[in-house]
Design a binder for this molecule. Sequence first.
Ligand code: PGA
Length: 251
Amino acid sequence: MKPLIVANWKCNPITLREAENLFDSIRKGIKNVKNSEVVICPPFVWLSNLLASKPYTLNPKLGAQDCFWEGKGAFTGEISPAMLKNLGVDYVIIGHSERRKYQKETDEMINKKLKAALKTGLKVILCIDNISQIPSFLRKRGGRRGQSPLRLKKDLRGLIKKELANLIIAYEPIFAIGTGKPCRVEKANKMRILIKKEVLNKKIPILYGGSINSQNAGDYIKEGGFQGLLIGSTSLNAKEFIKIVKDIDLN
Ligand code: PGA
């Protein structure tokens, strides 16, 4: 699999013009990148403009930062996976720790969102900060230790193996998010190995996220064994972000 480099713009920038400029700089800067997949996840409101402004090229793809679990209906303020898919969005981030914290998203809610998004055909980046956040239907033992295979069957109901092929896990330790204090590469690698052991499908790619910059980015891929990165604040700096993508693409 090609390294996957995901930009999470979070609640930035606050004007369409800034969003278009940032997107355009990144798009131009990475136009020759062929060995990596790059995904930009702007706020919902900028998605259609960015999709329209993008002549169809390999990179970057577009992603959303969240979605709801229902397809449509009386759910004020929500955006459904089907809406994203119909717009031309390829990816969605689910379960980011900032949503768990500020929107009080629970594992149950995240589980429902995850299933709905996968069923719609979106590629899902599930963020976890520790192993307990891996949804039970993805766990080898079918949830918490000792849970019966019956439970696993129940959790997996409605999901086909092919849909799990669109799942990506991002390991994002809370202490490293937005703090400038990244997780040490050896420690992150240990977590990556543990996550791999716990999940049902060994092919699920695992990304690292948390205080990535152009100095440390490559280490998580080369030494840490990660298949990609989820980048927050540094992705708002076109020059830095392009440097990360190009360095990874060449190595
Ligand atoms: P950060 O954020 O790169 O600013 O630490 C990462 C994330 O929250 O995905």
